[in-house]
Write a protein that binds this ligand. Structure first.
Ligand SMILES: [Zn+2]
Ligand SMILES: [Zn+2]
Length: 152
């Protein structure tokens, strides 16, 4: 069984993949966030583009997204806060851990999502300063080992 990249502990086939294939649609900002993270890991650039709010796409292309997927080496997602959404707007705060050289760093962001015609879209986000994983921290890949004995 292939566990989903988003850390849900569910199989990919019954978690984020149906969203990527257009067989299901995210019903909450957190679901969309998780499925977008999984799309980054699997370089599903078309999904990243199609779930980006048209108002804030600003010349973003599938090609550029594909390139940033291929250049990044994500190892785990941590959802820090996902309050219930209000009408057609919601927020999710997360850390997306990735490997860079000999370090593991987190992209830490509080993202805003907007619902248009019953579908959720990523709108924008406030990026916090990047943080570095400590050698004795639990590994964000989900192994429950210390980072130094796992991905670091
Ligand atoms: Zn998932
Ligand atoms: Zn690990």
């Amino acid at each position: 069984m292939n566990l989903c990249h988003c850390g849900s502990a569910l199989p990919f086939e019954s978690c984020c993949q149906p969203f990527h294939l257009g067989e299901a649609f995210a019903t909450t900002p957190e679901q969309l966030m998780r499925s977008r993270y999984s799309a980054f890991v699997t370089a599903k650039a078309s999904y990243l583009l199609s779930t980006h709010d048209p108002d804030t796409r600003q010349g973003l292309t599938e090609q550029a997204l594909k390139q940033s997927c291929e250049e990044s080496d994500f190892i785990g997602l941590q959802i820090l806060d996902a309050p219930p959404f209000q009408q057609d707007e919601g927020e999710v705060e997360f850390r997306a851990w990735y490997r860079q050289g000999k370090e593991i760093l987190a992209l830490w962001e509080r993202s805003r999502f907007r619902r248009l015609d019953s579908n959720w879209y990523y709108h924008s986000g406030d990026i916090q300063p990047a943080i570095k994983l400590g050698r004795n921290d639990p590994c964000p890949c989900g192994s429950e080992k210390k980072a130094k004995k796992c991905c670091l």
